[in-house]
Design a protein around this ligand. Sequence first.
Ligand SMILES: C[S@@+](CC[C@H](N)C(=O)[O-])C[C@H]1O[C@@H](n2cnc3c(N)ncnc32)[C@H](O)[C@@H]1O
Length: 308
Amino acid sequence: MSLPSAMYRVKVPPIKIQGIKTKLVPFIAANITWDGNGTYYEPFMGSGVVGFNLAPERAVFSDVNPHLVNFYRAIQSGEVTAWKVRDYLEEEAPKLAHTPADKHSYYYEVRERFNATANPLDFLFLQRSNFNGMMRFNSSGLYNVPFCRKPERFKPALITKIVNQVHWVEKLLARHPQWQFQLADFSDTINCAEAGDFIYLDPPYIDRHDEYFSTWDHGKADLLARIVQGSDAGYALSMWHSNEYRENSHLESWSGEVRTTEHFYHVGASEKNRNAMTEALVISPANAVPLDDVQPLTQRVKCPGFCS
Ligand SMILES: C[S@@+](CC[C@H](N)C(=O)[O-])C[C@H]1O[C@@H](n2cnc3c(N)ncnc32)[C@H](O)[C@@H]1O
């Protein structure tokens, strides 16, 4: 099997998105076991960080946000390469730097251009210079996240970092010609999964209307629980478990094994606004690593199943 036998360092993809699971990848990898013989499905792919690091042989990544899907398809087709990203950012960086941090920033010119053309390079530019890695669209589907107000944003070191991230995904996609990126509602993707397949789920938080490309509500969350638990495929679901005020009652709709870990997130830029959140991973029983065998959460995670 072509899967890695250990994850030495979690790699970060070029697209930033709120709710990105980079820090939780070791926890997820350490708790799930799957023989990797079927297809891996990720119906809420977002940045793709989880599946890209698990690197199964066959995978279907999907999302309702067409720009995420287009971006990775553009890497797959060679329309976006690490070198094209370097050329593009080196040309755009000074234009941004020479405009003010306010509404006259060059950022807004790129935003307007992106809303007219959906260019994947402009999408990358916006997602790496916007406010807090937000992904937000208005009711007409137009990207409307404001600028992070740092005209010097694209310093040479950041450009190199982004280029390396694109290069990593480029190599990954070249090594996995069977990976597919699909624009699809979660239900259509999950309905394709069969016995022997594995589905990793990371739906949005319920009732956050301003995020992503569509809203997520109790009806959709209930439908998700029903179709996933009615499927013959294995699954793991990421979801918040509790914070200092309350527990997530939606977890009652899931009957799998629940594993938890503490996670910190920041509200705004200040270090002191660090809020603790307990994150849950609900796993179909056959795919949960026995508790005694779960490796400690270090960067060097042995992945028992994905990586056997
Ligand atoms: C929490 S984010 C996923 C983050 C991802 N795991 C990561 O680490 O980057 C949720 C994703 O679900 C997508 N989404 C929202 N509603 C959806 C739906 N009905 N079907 C499929 N994807 C949906 C959003 O566009 C967003 O990319």
